[in-house]
Design a protein around this ligand. Structure first.
Ligand SMILES: [Cu+2]
Length: 507
């Protein structure tokens, strides 16, 4: 028995309405054009395009939808493409993970997949918060200012609360966007950083921001956020092997290894990718005290949140118990404590706000925050791009033509001595062969989180042939060359040490 809905439907879901709107002919017709109208994921991602076609009466050919049907489809998009639950689902299935997933009303999309309407709404929302006065908590200035300058600074990096803190931060920013009239359903899109810098973000209001007042740290009223040239951004992402770090992170089953850096974990997974991304984008994004003022910050961080959620789903860490099974409480007590000891669950300043967000509350993105992510629409054109550039060699690491690998660890760098973010370059016979980036404030000795884990290490996973047969050395290249010079003196930062490990080949 099939029930035909009466159009228009105010709040349709995929299961109760949308999937029934496509006829067998439509499905066959679009199938030849590689759009599967029986797939929720594909229809959701293509929703803007589909709406454009049906609203202009081009589709379905010769049998256009009625005005009420178009309105229904538009309502569905406006609601964030809710999936709903299958009408035939038994009660037990409705409790399953897949069915629960449908609770999300905020579907964040790949920034390259937005429809014209979605782009308009997003722009309106951005312009709205940009126009709000600096003392309005829903102003762009106030939101960006939470990260660091103007003080107090709350930001959380290279520490166990990094992922939860930024998830709460993004939700607050998205709520600010939603406070603008007509934008109540807007969601923050993400930039899949394994694909080129999105065109949308190269023009106003997303290309730059001008400070409306002094914020301290030498950043005065009138300061305009700065980016590198777009080709240089791509080169930077390759230089720091951001895609390689992401891929490595997603294969990890432990919380520490996914994030990397503390508790004995190598520093070549998510936080390394995040740092490398910041360092690649420009002077503003390289400095945590102002990074959030560059509008790309939000799209960039939505992507790290998406990747955390991807990893959570893969490791069944989407609720507290699941997440705790990924943490080794003996070797990493701090991570365990931030999810199990009340006062340590706070995410300042978000816990004090009405939403009362804590580390525990943000774990289940879908059921607790109603936030989910549509899959990326483009498939890693970075690889194609990379092969066209002179830096093609570095991408070979990701595709690993040489199975014999070496792990190079650089330890013993005291980062608190280094004023601001810096790159660590690994050299063979004086020639740079790989680099990593550390994202830190201009005065790390004033930052409690930095001081707590001052001794840093950097890990490089390279083909053995690239590191053998020559003398390895390491240098620290500060971002702020004006103050520090092009290379930071090794003696001042501790005693860096290089270790090379050759993992056993198991196959
Ligand atoms: Cu960041």
């Amino acid at each position: 028995m099939s029930v035909t809905p009466t159009y228009p439907v105010a709040h349709p879901t995929w299961y109760d309405t949308i999937r029934l709107m496509f006829t067998k002919t439509d499905i066959e017709h679009m199938g030849t054009q590689h759009l599967d109208l029986t797939s929720y994921e594909q229809v959701q991602v293509g929703a803007g395009n589909i709406y454009g076609q049906v609203a202009s009466q081009k589709m379905p050919p010769g049998n256009p939808w009625t005005q009420d049907m178009n309105q229904t489809f538009l309502n569905w998009i406006t609601d964030g493409c809710p999936k709903g639950v299958p009408a035939y689902a038994p009660a037990s299935a409705m409790m399953s993970l897949t069915a629960r997933k449908t609770a999300a009303t905020r579907i964040r999309k790949d920034v390259n997949s937005l429809s014209a309407t979605e782009r308009d709404t997003l722009k309106k929302a951005f312009e709205g918060i940009l126009a709000n006065g600096v003392s309005d908590p829903n102003s762009y200035f106030a939101q960006a200012g939470i990260h660091w300058l103007p003080l107090p600074a709350y930001c959380m990096h290279h520490a166990p609360a990094y992922n939860p803190w930024h998830r709460a931060y993004l939700l607050g920013f998205e709520n600010a966007l939603r406070s603008i009239p007509g934008c109540a359903n807007v969601t923050l899109p993400y930039w899949d950083i394994t694909t080129p810098f999105p065109d949308l973000l190269k023009s106003p209001p997303y290309d730059s921001y001008t400070l409306p007042q002094d914020i301290g740290g030498g950043y005065d009223k009138g300061y305009v956020t700065q980016r590198f040239s777009y080709p240089d951004i791509q080169a930077g992402l390759l230089r720091y092997d951001v895609t390689g770090d992401i891929n490595r992170a997603l294969t990890k089953t432990d919380w520490e290894d996914f994030h990397g850096y503390w508790s004995g974990a190598t520093n070549n997974t998510i936080i390394a990718a995040h740092d490398g991304g910041h360092g690649s984008i420009g002077p503003t994004m390289s400095d945590p005290s102002v990074a959030a003022f560059d509008p790309v910050f939000w799209f960039f961080h939505a992507n790290w949140d998406r990747l955390w959620w991807e990893w959570q789903k893969k490791t069944q860490a989407t609720d507290l118990n699941g997440l705790l099974t990924t943490i080794d409480k003996l070797t990493d007590p701090v991570s365990y404590q931030i999810f199990t000891i009340g006062p340590l669950e706070a995410l300042t300043p978000f816990t004090a706000q009405p939403a009362g967000l804590t580390t525990v509350k943000v774990i289940d993105s879908v059921n607790s925050l109603s936030v989910d992510y549509a899959p990326p629409t483009t498939e890693a054109p970075m690889l194609a791009f990379a092969l066209k550039t002179s830096r093609a060699a570095s991408i070979n690491r990701a595709v690993s033509l040489n199975p014999q690998r070496a792990t190079v660890s650089v330890t013993g760098i005291n980062r608190v001595k280094i004023p601001g973010s810096f790159a660590v370059n690994l050299l063979k016979d004086g020639k740079q062969i790989a680099s990593r980036f550390m994202f830190q404030p201009p005065e790390p000795e004033q930052c409690e989180t930095c001081v707590k884990n001052a001794m840093t290490h950097f890990d490089f996973d390279l083909p053995l042939a690239e590191v053998s047969g020559g003398k390895l050395s390491v240098e620290v290249e500060p971002v702020n060359k004006k103050v520090v010079g092009a290379r930071f003196p090794a003696k001042l930062m501790g005693n860096p040490k290089i270790d090379v490990h050759i993992p056993l080949q198991t196959d």
